[in-house]
Design a protein around this ligand. Structure first.
Ligand SMILES: [Zn+2]
Length: 59
């Protein structure tokens, strides 16, 4: 088994992000965390987060 670090993917920018010792998990950074929160407050999540256009949201 290769010694691969435990990583997840940022739900916003899809960047790989370490799952451990990450204060912003599951996000890669505070920026993405705040953007996600902003999306929530905007009510965008009530539409549908699987919208293909969402893929264009690349930080
Ligand atoms: Zn991110």
């Amino acid at each position: 088994m290769p010694d691969t670090p435990k990583v997840s993917r940022c739900p916003l920018c899809r960047k790989q992000v370490p799952a451990e010792k990450n204060p912003f998990f599951p996000f890669c950074s505070e920026r993405c965390q705040l953007q996600d929160l902003g999306a929530w407050l905007d009510g965008r999540y009530e539409v549908k987060s699987d919208d293909p256009e969402y893929e264009g949201f690349d930080g």
